[in-house]
Design a binder for this molecule. Structure first.
Ligand SMILES: C[S@@+](CC[C@H](N)C(=O)[O-])C[C@H]1O[C@@H](n2cnc3c(N)ncnc32)[C@H](O)[C@@H]1O
Length: 191
């Protein structure tokens, strides 16, 4: 698992964006965040070796669906071996708005995408796709972790804002969980 991750890191460092997969405590914290509200359909972007996926699988019975989108073909193969029953799509997250998810259910997106190292055009396309999906799905949430407490990216529109959640100090490096959701009084960061 680690060898595949590192081989992919060598092949395309900006796409992988981290020297080690996420740790279990980060996966557990993200799964708890997913369950803060009724999650509905959960889509995981950039699942990598499946460390966060494992925690999402543990709460799968509470989700209306769980779908994984991963760009690296080698990591997709690894994910299929690890989770044969999971709906895994080998695709780029920038096409997310072309996919159709049930509109009668909330939509929760969990992302491990290395947003700060992706090419600017790819980041822009992903951010635009998230903006489009947020207008289609009431109860939309986008959960992302970042390092060094940085806001993941500028909100795609004034109707959404970032809320800073738990910092998982036991992850290497420590990771801050952020949620992009409909703007309300509780949200603190308007970047
Ligand atoms: C930091 S790694 C994921 C770490 C993962 N949580 C783990 O524990 O293995 C980032 C992942 O995002 C994937 N990725 C990068 N850009 C992507 C894109 N545009 N669409 C889908 N996946 C992408 C990479 O292939 C990589 O697997």
């Amino acid at each position: 698992m680690l060898l595949t991750f590192w081989a992919e890191l060598l092949r395309d460092p900006r796409c992988i964006g981290s020297i080690i997969p996420s740790g279990k405590p980060l996966g557990s914290a993200i799964a708890r965040e997913v369950l803060v509200r009724r999650p509905g359909c959960v889509v995981e972007l950039g699942a990598g070796t499946g460390a966060i996926t494992k925690s999402l699988m543990a709460i799968r019975s509470q989700l209306s669906d769980l779908i994984v989108i991963e760009k690296s073909a080698r990591l997709v193969d690894l994910l299929i071996k690890r989770y044969p029953s999971l709906n895994i799509t080998a695709d780029c997250a920038s096409g997310l708005d072309k996919l159709r998810f049930p509109t009668e259910e909330p939509l929760t997106i969990v992302s491990s995408l290395p947003l700060r190292s992706l090419p600017y055009s790819e980041l822009n396309a992903i951010r635009d796709a998230i903006g489009v999906l947020s207008t289609r799905h009431p109860g939309f949430r986008f959960i992302q972790y970042s390092y060094f407490g940085k806001v993941p990216f500028v909100s795609p529109g004034p109707w959404l804002s970032w809320a800073k959640k738990q910092v998982v100090f036991t992850n290497i490096p420590p990771a801050t969980i952020w949620v992009l959701e409909q703007r309300d009084e509780g949200n603190v960061s308007h970047e």
